[in-house]
Design a binder for this molecule. Structure first.
Ligand code: GLY
Length: 386
């Protein structure tokens, strides 16, 4: 990075921390919604009360506070982030909205991180309970982890999604701390199935893929949040870069690193002039479609990990260019309480289109942390969390 880049990262970190401070005053130990509405997060709507711990994105809020602690060493952030453990423990032990594979996102950031920092046994127990619950979603004989909903729901039965590659690190962590190989074994089988079926021969990815729950046969790919079944949802491709790379780090399987490289090359070759992807990779400049800044932020982390795993700095250079573009053109100003604007949650359903979102904010702050703290290790990686 040039000295100009270093200055712009420092200014971006300062701006992000200011927003986190504002949000701590507003949300405290409650949760903002998945996305902003007209650029502002409000308390998460829920039948359990505004700001309740439901949905798949709540852990990105304590995840950001842990990053703020990492960046500043300020004990106030550590206290505020650790205060979320009790609610996450209640959620998993009380089985509140946990019928999802996203237990990996939820419990890595909210509980594995504090356990690794402070040895918090409540956090360890909650993360292990989440890993146990995730194992209940393994469908035999396919050996895949069902993504969403009730295991008997015919619309969801046998369905996986590419995002799940980010959830398997919780299972690898559980094996590491317990010595019980069931967790890592389930993660490995699931990831190999995705490698063989969710990736397409042209190196794009399906968002979702179905297996026959009775026979285990691979059935078909479909999209849920992309433009079409045969197009390539940009965030899914970014999850593929980061997720396959993480799973390679956990298993040492070179075929997973090769899959990550294929995802990355395809993603990078379909970027527009400013290197921030449109929400589906079939769109380019002049399409009139929206960018998904969150896909770009996720890709930055994945590309850095891929560069390190391959020993190829060109992927880190690409990540630095994307981050510079996010800082210059997509970081929020004082008119928003998001960190990053111009994300897309679900364009086909019209949800969170051209807004900030919690995972975009988290991965943007993760990207800034990598830039500000060379050698920093992400919580999803072996060694980072115990
Ligand atoms: N994991 C859900 C999404 O990326 O929208």
């Amino acid at each position: 990075m040039t000295s100009r880049d270093v200055r712009s990262v420092r200014d971006a970190v300062t701006a992000a921390l200011r927003t986190i401070d504002t949000n701590l005053a507003e949300f405290g130990s409650l949760y903002p919604g998945d996305t902003t509405v007209e650029r502002r997060y409000r308390l998460r709507p829920s039948e359990l009360g505004a700001g309740a711990n439901v949905g798949w994105t709540t852990s990105f809020w304590p995840g950001m506070i842990w990053l703020a602690h990492e960046l500043t060493g300020d004990a106030r952030y550590e206290r505020q982030a650790a205060a979320h453990v009790a609610g996450f423990a209640e959620r998993i032990h009380g089985r509140v909205d946990v019928e999802t594979h996203d237990l990996g996102f939820l419990y890595t950031l909210s509980c594995v991180v504090p356990w690794s920092r402070t040895g918090d046994e409540v956090a360890r127990g909650a993360a292990l309970a989440a890993a146990d619950h995730l194992l209940t979603r393994v469908l035999e004989p396919a050996g895949i982890i069902q993504a969403w909903g009730d295991l008997q729901d015919p619309a969801q039965r046998g369905r996986t999604i590419i995002d799940s590659l980010m959830n398997t690190p919780l299972l690898f962590w559980a094996t590491r701390v317990t010595g019980d190989e069931r967790y890592a074994g389930a993660a490995r089988r699931h990831v190999l199935q995705l490698r063989d079926h969710i990736m397409r021969p042209d190196d794009t990815t399906f968002h979702t893929f179905y297996w026959d729950p009775a026979t285990g046969a691979p059935l078909r790919g479909e999209t849920e949040q992309g433009n079409a079944d045969d197009s390539c949802w940009a965030r899914g491709q970014a999850w593929g870069i980061y997720g396959f790379t993480l799973n390679h780090r956990h298993t040492g399987d070179p075929t997973l690193l090769a899959a990550a490289r294929r995802c990355a090359d395809r993603f990078l070759s379909h970027l527009p002039a400013d290197e921030v992807a449109y929400w589906d990779l079939i769109f380019g400049d002049g399409s009139g479609e929206e960018r998904d800044s969150s896909a770009a932020a996720i890709a930055v982390g994945g590309l850095h990990e891929l560069a390190a795993a391959l020993g190829e700095p060109s992927y880190a250079d690409a990540a630095d260019r994307i981050l510079a573009s996010l800082i210059a053109g997509y970081a929020a100003g004082d008119d928003s309480n998001a960190l990053l604007l111009h994300g897309v949650y679900d364009k086909p359903k019209g949800v969170g289109v051209d807004e900030g979102n919690l995972w975009g904010d988290y991965f943007y702050l993760e990207a800034l942390t990598r830039a500000a703290r060379p050698g920093w290790t992400a919580p999803w990686l072996p060694g980072a969390a115990g």
